[in-house]
Design a protein around this ligand. Structure first.
Ligand SMILES: Nc1ncnc2c1ncn2[C@@H]1O[C@H](COP(=O)(O)OP(=O)(O)OP(=O)(O)O)[C@@H](O)[C@H]1O
Ligand SMILES: [Mg+2]
Length: 231
């Protein structure tokens, strides 16, 4: 079932008939059931649904962190099913900014070094890495925290570092799984203002949220229930 009508702009990610099964020991669990979903350029989509409905499973597939069990996926018009793991991680590094619910910053690296990390994999030289990471930290309002370690930052600041890290490679799409999930309402507001301004600059964003007031701030909403979209 298709959750979203085609828009005028180009498709960044297209899923057709995508299913995901997990073998949980007692049998097969269908986490996603023949999903059709298109993310268009400059979309700002909230993905909502109950716990266990398949939101993270879908995000992980959109972000090429996981592969569908069945179905087809295109990224910027290129089919992904025939790509090997190396090719897929290169695509991820170049085109996808993933924000995890738990920040997942490296504790022994400073804020600046965390933000610069994807550029190491992309083969960018050290000086340029520092400049690009510093610019991103400035963009998320943390220029004065560049040398701080994750343990010296608040939850909201850590999440902003994680967002800066997701953005540093100028990705085609930002995928954020519960980016405000662990935050108080003030920090959550700062994060949502940041996403709104990124969207205003043309960034494509898909965000998972449990919070109806957060979802209402996105441009469109899709709801998933038991691995299927709800119309
Ligand atoms: N690696 C896995 N192995 C087996 N089952 C899994 C695995 N990952 C997820 N599942 C199952 O797939 C279903 C969907 O899980 P998923 O993590 O996508 O839900 P979710 O909507 O993100 O939930 P939440 O809001 O709690 O984060 C659940 O029933 C879950 O138990
Ligand atoms: Mg989840």
């Amino acid at each position: 079932m298709s959750a979203n009508a085609p828009a005028g702009s180009a498709a960044v990610i297209e899923l057709r008939g995508v299913s995901k099964h997990y073998d949980n020991g007692a049998g097969m669990l269908q986490a996603l059931k023949a999903i059709d979903f298109t993310v268009h350029a400059n979309d700002y989509v909230a993905l909502v649904g109950a716990s266990g409905s398949g939101k993270s499973t879908l995000m992980n597939i959109l972000g090429c962190l996981d592969r569908p069990s069945e179905g087809r996926m295109h990224f910027n018009g290129t089919p992904t099913q025939d790509m090997g793991d190396t090719e897929l991680s290169r695509l991820r590094n170049r085109h996808i900014g993933f924000v995890f619910q738990s920040y997942s910053l490296l504790p022994k690296l400073s804020a600046l070094e965390n933000v610069a990390q994807p550029l190491v994999f992309a083969g960018v030289g050290q000086g340029k890495r520092r400049d690009m990471a510093a610019r991103m930290l400035e963009k998320v309002g943390l220029a004065d925290r560049a040398r701080h370690y994750p343990s010296q930052l608040s939850g909201g600041q850590q999440q902003r570092v994680a967002i800066a890290r997701a953005l540093v490679n100028t990705p085609s799409v930002v995928l954020a799984d519960e980016p405000t999930g662990n935050l108080d309402s003030a920090s959550s507001r700062v994060i949502m203002e940041l996403f709104a301004s990124l969207h205003g600059e043309g960034q494509t964003i898909v965000m998972v949220t449990h919070d109806a007031s957060v979802a209402a701030q996105c441009r469109s909403q899709v709801e998933i229930r038991d691995g299927e979209f709800v119309r």
